[in-house]
Design a protein around this ligand. Sequence first.
Ligand code: GLN
Ligand code: ZN
Length: 762
Amino acid sequence: MQGQITTANLGYPRIGEDREWKKALEAYWSGKLGQEDFKVEMERIQLAHLEVQKAKNLDSIPVNDFTYYDHMLDMAVMLGVIPARFKQAGEEWSLNIYYAMARGNASATACEMTKWFNTNYHYIVPEIGEEAPRLIENKPLSAYRFAKAKAGIEGRPVIVGLYTFLKLSKGFPAQQLGEKVKQFLPLYVQLLKELETEGVAWVQIDEPALVTDTGVEEFALVESIYAQINKEVPKLHIMLQTYFEAAEHYERLVKLPVSGIGLDFVHDNGGNAASLAAHGWPADKWLGAGVIDGRNIWRSDLDAKLVLIQALLKTVPQERIILQPSCSLLHVPVSLQREVKLNETIKGSLAYANEKLDELVLLRALLNGQNESGISAGLDSSRQALSQFRSLPERNRKDIADAMAAIDAVREKRNLPFSDRVKLQRGKWKLPLLPTTTIGSFPQTPEVRQARLKWRRNEWDQAQYEAFVNREIESCIRIQEEIGLDVLVHGEFERTDMVEFFGEKLDGFLFTQNGWVQSYGSRCVKPPVIYGDVAFAAPMTVKESAYAQSLTSLPVKGMLTGPITILNWSFVRDDLSREAVANQIALALKSEVLALEDAGIEMIQVDEPALREGLPLKQRDQEAYLQWAVKAFRLSAASVQDTTQIHTHMCYCEFHDMIDSILALDADVISIETSRSHGELIASFELQGYDHGIGLGVYDIHSPRVPSVDEMSEMIDRALRVLDPELFWINPDCGLKTRGWAETAPSLKNMIQAAQIAREKL
Ligand code: GLN
Ligand code: ZN
């Protein structure tokens, strides 16, 4: 008899079907839930997640994927990587310390948080100090015991591998990687030995860092890690799991002394499948075949998946293949069950975590030749749902196809180069040197949020709501005039979220009821879904901007979210390239830009805070991404008059390797968040000779503290030592929507004073 194909999950979402997990965390932090009750609730949620997976009949269920905050933080505390500032007398480890590391407390600032590879999930960065690490607890072991005792599940513990753990940590220079490996490896060995002794059969060791551009030298280090583990813990089966891209050093990777290797066949640009075909597969290993997209919400095309798996079967025997999601399901919402408002065709096109597991099980049955009637019916209904969705008119718009075919004719370059535009713009705007402005939003007070809620609940009609927004705009204009800003904004009171606002007004977007995913800690986001062709339907921001402009003789900047930010913060249809979708959004935004210009708004800011977020993991793919991303921005903004001033804004990111691309946006003015790395940032802009208008944020908007005039003067002076005063703007770091008026007005007044002092010195 032919062997059977099996299935595994790599990680289940933590947040719960109704975000119970988030709610429990927040109730505990606020003191509404005592520690004992909190733990009971967390165990209840953990068990519920195990039960759901058990009911699906998967062959392998992950344990230790559940966490009280973040899996990297779990690894850090487990290995004793607890910075001294969190240590309390006599306490080795406690929930208090754990959450202090994640969120900070009165005496210690939180550990840094950063993006988990190229996802929108953020992990806590371990701070490795001088102190010798030691194993404080064996959480995977407790998780394994929990699943076994409570649910009768023989779980597969999952941990972050040593290589990835160290690559994502900070506190030591890169050359010390080898030493750190030596220091931490015995702890990993101990942890794994305890699992082996317990009778655990398989462990999943996540090493996503193996898909990044790791040098040959570092791969030798990886080999030493797994050789040692194999030597010391020979009986334990290890599934070495990679994801998010094609694995590097394939030929050496598959020779590592582990029982299985997990590869992502969805986000690998075909690289893993090509390596497999070219170099084969070792007879002694299992292949964890990541075939179902763990990062998107679409139903799989099962026929296409079958083709992919059949290709794998040419190299790998059936009983050696484990079907699995491409990565942990952490990155997708939990269950479609609560989506009761979507129309049937659209709902039929979606698959959240639970439905993705169903797909795995269905594929398993199809491949194992089980021919119970339910199975072919499952395939049929999946095909039907997909074909209905594919033929939706919103996905096949002739006007958009025509526009895309003619995209080369759309202006991608401003009419004049910046050096000529800037002269015309100076003549037109007559701004003082070092003009002052803000990034767009002003405080979203409880009244503003209340008003929006009333309107959404139909307690207020459109006219009432608009009248309210207009009053807010008017008062915001008056306040800005009084403060003495040179370029005003309308304040963005009509927006909750900078992407959602545009998604609701453009064609091609939909909003789910329950499509929440974890962004970091208890924070969840519900990304808009781009399911159809994106198109401009009607002006989106003109009314508010034009109204604001009608109230003042000072210029008011229009305020838009750029195409790449809209793309990167949405779930995107996967039948078109991301580039194509970005271009659709760009053309829609271009219509808005021109509508603003027609309405007399001739300074327009197109925000791109998420430009870097779509950057591919592999360096060799980055250039191409930046090129099409920059092009999309330019398509949206380049068609304006020479005198129209295009602004853009970016939040903090690593700019140093992106300055060329930022310059290529050809925005007349860019404002950048700098409070977190001021000196460094100025240096990189100087180095690369940035020669367009630029405002490096002179104060940090993330705190309610009112910065002094002196502090801001110092920031300005530092910037002016390297940047041309003719090009320099003065503004806060980012939008002010999370701030209160109490600190906003005095902070901006101080900023204006600092600007005046700087002007006098010129
Ligand atoms: N214009 C937006 C605001 O001021 C920009 C937000 C952002 O950079 N994330 O809120
Ligand atoms: Zn910002």
